[in-house]
Write a protein that binds this ligand. Structure first.
Ligand code: SF4
Length: 469
């Protein structure tokens, strides 16, 4: 931690005994891990009196939780900070102080640069340090200077989370069990911004899961950058893998639906594949990124497996759970990718058949090995490849969704639909499903006859004997 220029117009935090409330506005970019981190930052600030407000104009504290995966991530952060500076100045003219904090992976990677270019920022904190946020707010309020905290401390931030996490609405919650990554894929900043792989102790995960279930949660998505590399300390002094943890969460904690993301093919062990056969609580949807179908590119990416090994892995998963739907990430135009490499990727997509996918053009991340690689692919070539790939993935997604029309599926209703009188939920295969139904269904699981496939959702009707709540 170090102190730079003094913060301007910093709001004074309330003491933990104060009943006064202050506005908190968190802007979250990026992955589900960031969504989870934003929720936890709100949790640790609650004892200081901070409560969520819908707009930065009403916020005594604004947190911008950033993502380094985004294209030109740092520039987008500075552009957003320019907007927030105006909000802060307008509030100052009204005599209202504002703490402005930047969190997440861009904060981790570019902390010093942020304070140099945006001195009106009061706090910069990396993903490992948000449990220290109350202390940082207090330091900023004492006008001790802008606070920057981007170490990778020895202690786990998990250990410092408040137990009274706000109850999620809608019966579904995320739960981070693992952070960081040691895989060092050529294109990725995560090992540099989130640090080495570390796993939360099983007992702490179980305790948080019990609280979530008591608060009405039916489905938990276990999160980690490399979630299936989970290796947490167990209460029996042994190391637990993801399979053992999932079995306890299902059988002893009583979670009805379990998902986990994001997985690496190299960490897909036999016991986890078997769990997809034996554990009905494991939902039949798996995000298992392959990135490319070319062995040459996979090697250049340092992915540690071949395209055929991925095909064989998917075959074993589908043997274990025949209705398993798969999703993946794809990067087109990695440095050195030829037409033949891209054709290999298209062949793999056609061989597997994906229910969903996220696809991107390769773009350099400063400090990663691929950024300095030779043979960068021309933008127009990347554009053309991405379009071709996305067209095929769209056809596959539509075909998968078409195949669920006519099926009766249990849907967990998580919120309102777009149209009045509608509720919206998730199928076991992570499809959005909308039906006409009462608000009382939110947070409950009910059977739905799937009748229609739309561009990004399904429509259906509730069956008669639906409610399993
Ligand atoms: S395994 Fe995932 S998080 Fe780790 S370096 Fe590769 S892409 Fe990044």
């Amino acid at each position: 931690m170090n102190s730079l220029s003094p913060p301007s117009g910093v709001a004074q935090p309330q003491s933990s005994t104060s009943s006064a409330t202050r506005g908190l506005h968190v802007i979250t970019w990026g992955c589900q891990m960031n969504v989870y981190d934003s929720e936890r930052m709100s949790d640790v600030l609650r004892p200081l009196g901070y409560r969520a407000v819908g707009t930065p104009d009403d916020a005594d504290m604004i947190i911008l939780n950033t993502c380094h995966i985004r294209d030109r991530a740092a520039e987008k952060v500075f552009s957003e900070l320019g907007r927030l500076r105006k909000v802060k100045e307008a509030r100052a003219e009204r005599g209202e102080g504002t703490v402005l904090a930047v969190a997440g992976c861009v904060a981790q990677a570019e902390g010093g640069e942020i304070l140099a270019r945006a001195p009106y920022v009061d706090i910069v904190l990396g993903p490992q340090t948000y449990h220290r946020l109350p202390e940082m707010v207090a330091r900023a309020a004492r006008a001790a200077g802008a606070v920057i905290e981007t170490d990778f401390p020895v202690e786990q931030k998990f250990d410092f989370l408040p137990a009274d996490r706000e109850a999620p609405v809608g019966g579904a919650a995320f739960l981070t069990i693992q952070e960081g990554c040691d895989k060092f894929c050529s294109f990725c900043v995560v090992p540099y911004t989130r640090g080495a792989e570390s796993s939360r102790p099983a007992q702490a995960v179980i305790a948080e899961a019990r609280r979530l279930v008591a608060a009405g949660v039916r489905e938990i998505t276990l999160l980690g950058q490399n979630v299936n590399a989970y290796h947490g300390d167990g209460p029996d002094a042994r190391t637990w893998g993801l399979t053992r943890l999932a079995r306890v969460l299902a059988d002893e904690v009583g979670i009805e639906r379990i998902r986990y993301t994001t997985s690496h093919p190299r960490d897909m062990e036999d016991d986890l594949i078997a769990a997809h056969r034996d554990l009905p609580q494991l939902m039949p949807f798996l995000h298992l990124p392959v990135q490319s179908g070319s062995d040459r590119v996979l090697a250049a990416m340092n992915r540690g497996h071949t395209a055929d090994e991925y095909r064989a892995l998917v075959g074993r998963l589908r043997d274990a759970r025949p209705d398993l739907a798969l999703s993946s990430d794809f990067i087109v135009g990695h440095p050195g990718e030829t037409d033949a490499d891209f054709a290999d990727t298209m062949r793999l997509i056609n061989d597997i058949g994906f229910a969903q996918a996220y696809s991107f053009k390769y773009s350099s991340r400063p400090g990663t090995p691929a950024a300095g690689a030779a043979m960068h692919v021309a933008e127009d070539v990347k554009d053309a490849r991405l379009q071709e790939l996305q067209a095929v993935l769209r056809v596959q997604q539509d075909a998968f969704n078409d195949a669920t029309v006519g099926v009766t599926a249990p849907v967990l209703f998580t919120g309102h639909g777009r149209k009045p009188g509608q509720v919206s939920g998730k199928s076991p295969w992570l499809q959005a499903v909308n039906v006409d139904g009462p608000d009382s269904l939110i947070g409950r699981i009910a059977n739905v006859d799937i009748r229609h496939r739309y561009t990004n959702s399904l429509g259906g009707v509730l069956t008669e004997e639906t409610d399993r709540a």
